[in-house]
Design a protein around this ligand. Structure first.
Ligand SMILES: Nc1ncnc2c1ncn2[C@@H]1O[C@H](COP(=O)(O)OP(=O)(O)O)[C@@H](O)[C@H]1O
Ligand SMILES: [Mg+2]
Length: 246
């Protein structure tokens, strides 16, 4: 579902290498957790997967469609929730959802039905007529999630989705992620909260210093050390990664 071939990205005219030579595959029907400390390169990688950023080098393929060659086709397969929600403040929740639904060409009936389902699920229906500006971070997060689900995308990409969600909303989101994967849909999300990744993911990738330093199921990452927590592995791997890099 996601194929990344040797993608790299630097900022500030090449001075900051955010992601270097990243190779990764995410299979259909899996929940893939992308974990790493702050500044590791998670958001930069996600923006390259969504086509928001163009890689300096390498190739991104979504559901068999090359992002560089057919960006509109590739982006149509994706529902994306970024980590910051600054835009759209002048719209109401309903206006925002109508806008997103029309961008993705979702038929009106279908759009309204899905919007209603998720607004009710996330207990946001009462605020749908209010300006997004008046929403809390968690409410914006729920609205963007609803928008990302309107076209029932094969791939849901979430950057730090649990930040700002109350425990009930976080649980609903986790259930929705699992339900999608049971239908063969794919979910890719980043987090720096290890417990979330540990409980939810089919496979995990660990990024550190712009490089993918480990990838696999929790069992594969543990490789022998059956009792190891993801936290212990994470610190071992990132310390080792730091030494190798230094
Ligand atoms: N627009 C930007 N300009 C310059 N440097 C950036 C920019 N965005 C991110 N970076 C740098 O790139 C690196 C990776 O950042 P990011 O992808 O946001 O990591 P993460 O999401 O894992 O916290 C960090 O060193 C960050 O400071
Ligand atoms: Mg980030």
């Amino acid at each position: 579902m996601i194929l990344l071939e040797q993608i790299s990205k630097s900022y500030a005219g090449g001075k900051v290498k955010a992601v270097s030579g990243l190779d990764m595959r995410v299979k259909p029907g899996e929940i893939f957790g992308f974990i790493g400390p702050n500044g590791a390169g998670k958001t930069t990688t996600i923006k390259m997967i969504t086509g928001v950023l163009r890689p300096d080098e390498g190739r991104v393929v979504i559901d068999g469609i090359d992002m560089g060659q057919d960006p509109i086709g590739a982006k149509g397969r994706i529902g994306y929730v970024p980590d910051s929600h600054d835009a759209y403040d002048r719209l109401t929740g309903t206006e925002y959802l109508d806008f997103i639904g029309s961008v993705y060409g979702v038929p009106l009936e279908e759009r309204r039905a899905r919007a209603e389902t998720y607004l009710n699920l996330f207990e946001l229906a009462g605020a749908a007529g209010d300006l997004v500006r008046s929403y809390s971070h968690g409410m914006k997060q729920k609205l963007l999630l609803t928008g990302a689900l309107l076209h029932d995308p094969p791939l849901l990409l979430l950057d730090e989705p649990m930040v700002g969600l109350d425990p009930k909303a976080a649980l609903l989101l986790k259930q929705e992620m699992r339900a999608r994967c049971d239908r063969g849909r794919t979910v890719f999300f980043s987090t720096h909260v290890l417990e979330v990744a540990e409980k939810l993911c089919d496979r995990i990738g660990i990024i550190y210093g712009g490089k993918l330093i480990a990838v696999g199921t929790l069992a594969e990452l543990r490789s022998g050390d059956a009792g190891a927590s993801l936290e212990a592995m994470f610190f071992e791997l990132t310390e080792r990664g730091g030494r190798d890099a230094g």
